[in-house]
Design a binder for this molecule. Sequence first.
Ligand SMILES: Nc1ncnc2c1ncn2[C@@H]1O[C@H](COP(=O)(O)OP(=O)(O)OP(=O)(O)O)[C@@H](O)[C@H]1O
Ligand SMILES: [Mg+2]
Length: 306
Amino acid sequence: MAEDAAVRCTGLVRRFGPRLALDHVDLEVARGEVFVVVGPDGAGKTTLLRVLCGLLEPSEGDAWVAGRSVRRQPEAVREQAGYVPQQFGLYGDLTVWENLCLFADLYRVPPPVFEQRARKLLDDFRLGGVEGRLTGALSGGMKQKLALACALLHRPQVLLLDEPTTGVDPVSRRQLWRNLYDLARQGITLVVTTPYVEEGERANRVALLHRGRVLACGTPQALRDSLPGVVVEVAAQPRARAHAVLRALPEVRGLHVFGSRDRVWYEGADAEALRRALERDQVRVESCRAVVPSLEDVFVARLSEA
Ligand SMILES: Nc1ncnc2c1ncn2[C@@H]1O[C@H](COP(=O)(O)OP(=O)(O)OP(=O)(O)O)[C@@H](O)[C@H]1O
Ligand SMILES: [Mg+2]
């Protein structure tokens, strides 16, 4: 993959004063891949995308977008990358068509091709007919599709989307993922950030980012398989005592609360051994069974190791 990777980061560092926003990030994204970066607030998601679209210089290391170095060829990188920022980047008091024109100017899309491309993009995203409407008056889902259309006007090979599903209703969210996979089928590479770990399930490959570091990276299945031991879901009372008993067991590597149940990362023989340990200590066990690990289990486990 290395030679024709759509995106590659090697030893990428970005500092803001003493703060390490990106801490030696190594990543590779293949052409046409839908790559999701999952990370909590302040993990470095926006910083990573800004570096990848040539807006922010790395402090150390380098990144390549479609073979162009962000350090040495930021102009060329900007031609190859489309960026949909976290904050709505369009002008609400301009019409849909005016926003498209603005982006065309910004990315120097020549007028003869602009009109044809803009019409095709509006059609593809089912925005035909709203050209004259004020952008601020569009629904959230429509605004987002327009932001995508604007970012695609200059035909980038790589599209970088910063938290496109945050605050978006479930129907628009599903539609957005469909649109993103359509773009991937056309050979466009997508790097999508999200704070929601379950959205990593939608990725071809996912990276877990925390405090600027990649804690794990791979297909969702590979990440689940990489977890040593099993995840046991426990419902037991009194809960505080159950936690104390579980945490004291050497085979219990981690425990996190998930609603009314606890998820226990366990490297012991089987779930029944956990049940026996709890009952020995007068804990009432309602249920105790091994479950398929979720990406959240993997993230929590990697966090507790880090
Ligand atoms: N321009 C800046 N000046 C100083 N510190 C910054 C700047 N931009 C980001 N940081 C810091 O770098 C770290 C990573 O920030 P970043 O915005 O990349 O995280 P994020 O994952 O996008 O977070 P969020 O989920 O809140 O959008 C944070 O600690 C943030 O405070
Ligand atoms: Mg951000």
